[in-house]
Design a protein around this ligand. Structure first.
Ligand SMILES: C[S@@+](CC[C@H](N)C(=O)[O-])C[C@H]1O[C@@H](n2cnc3c(N)ncnc32)[C@H](O)[C@@H]1O
Length: 282
């Protein structure tokens, strides 16, 4: 069973379920007419259940996979593809949905490989008849930028959780002295060179000291918000439309994640924006 999250975990799932319900209402009108098949793809599917809180405040809620599988009206998806890297979680998920009479795949692999396969499939002649709603919900920086590029110009609406505060900002050390492994992680996650990353988040100034001129490196103000803007701009290089994010904060009001939805369909993003606005203002 997955253990994490505060109040945002519920909100994130509610946003997804609200969007999926609206998506299926719209697709119900068009899918038959145009011969489209509908796939739900979940890249970080979890075990099916989420445990929140600790000890006496412990609470178990249904994970997104089970919530999405429960939507039947006005129609359900034609197929469901769940990716989960942890073998135990994948088995637990498989077991808990085995009685559901729907076409479901649970794959115990790395999401990055499967996103790339999905991108290739969507560009193949067979893939042209498929519309995909994807949910990419990592707990950290496991999503590689390179994997997302395979979805460029595809028939996919994707909700993507970006660990701006929890991930990127934590690796961007104040003095700019970032270890080689962290710089590599940032490069893979953002799909940018180290020089571009450093130029985005650090300033160098000349300071006159007793011993002459010295260069001082300082981290930019509001690095979390800046990393969200940067990621949003990167997403808009792959997808025509990107929503304003739903901002996930912890109990001390620090930003942990930004939750975006991307699509090549203007109306899809309009609907998603209405939902995220509502939750941002709650
Ligand atoms: C935040 S949890 C997902 C929760 C899930 N969306 C839900 O609503 O229940 C992230 C999950 O991703 C899995 N995971 C971590 N790295 C992964 C990877 N590279 N590919 C696929 N799954 C991964 C973890 O084992 C964990 O179960």
């Amino acid at each position: 069973m997955n253990e994490f999250g505060g109040k945002w975990t519920d909100a994130k799932i509610e946003i997804l379920v609200e969007y999926a319900s609206a998506y299926l209402i719209i697709m119900n009108k068009y899918a038959n007419r145009f011969g489209w098949n509908l796939l739900y793809f979940d890249g970080f599917a979890g075990s099916g259940y989420i445990t929140k809180g600790s000890n006496e405040n412990k609470k178990v809620i249904l994970g997104a996979a089970k919530r999405i599988l429960a939507i039947d009206e006005p129609r359900s998806f034609d197929e469901y593809y769940f990716v989960e890297k942890d073998t135990h979680n994948a088995q637990e998920l498989k077991g808990s949905i085995s009685s559901i009479n729907k076409k479901v795949y649970v794959v115990n692999e790395d999401c990055n490989a499967k996103i790339s396969s999905m991108g290739r499939f969507l560009k193949s002649p067979k893939g042209k008849n498929w519309k995909i709603l994807a949910y990419i919900d990592p707990c950290g920086m496991q999503l590689n930028w390179n994997s997302l590029t395979s979805l460029k110009e595809s028939n996919v609406d994707a909700w993507i959780l970006v660990p701006t505060g929890m991930g990127v900002n934590r690796l961007l050390k104040k003095d700019g002295k970032i270890s080689e492994s962290w710089i590599k992680k940032l490069e893979t996650f953002l799909g940018m060179s180290r020089l571009d990353i450093l130029n985005n988040f650090y300033n160098q100034t000349d300071v006159f000291t007793l011993f002459g001129e010295e260069k001082v490196t300082t981290k930019t103000e509001r690095a979390v918000e800046k990393s969200a803007e940067l990621y949003m701009n990167r997403l808009s290089e792959l997808f025509k439309y990107v929503t304003e994010p739903y901002v996930l904060k912890n109990s001390s009001n620090s930003i942990m994640f930004h939750f975006f939805m991307v699509s090549n369909n203007k109306n899809a993003v309009k609907i998603a924006n209405e939902i995220t606005n509502k939750y941002n203002n709650k």
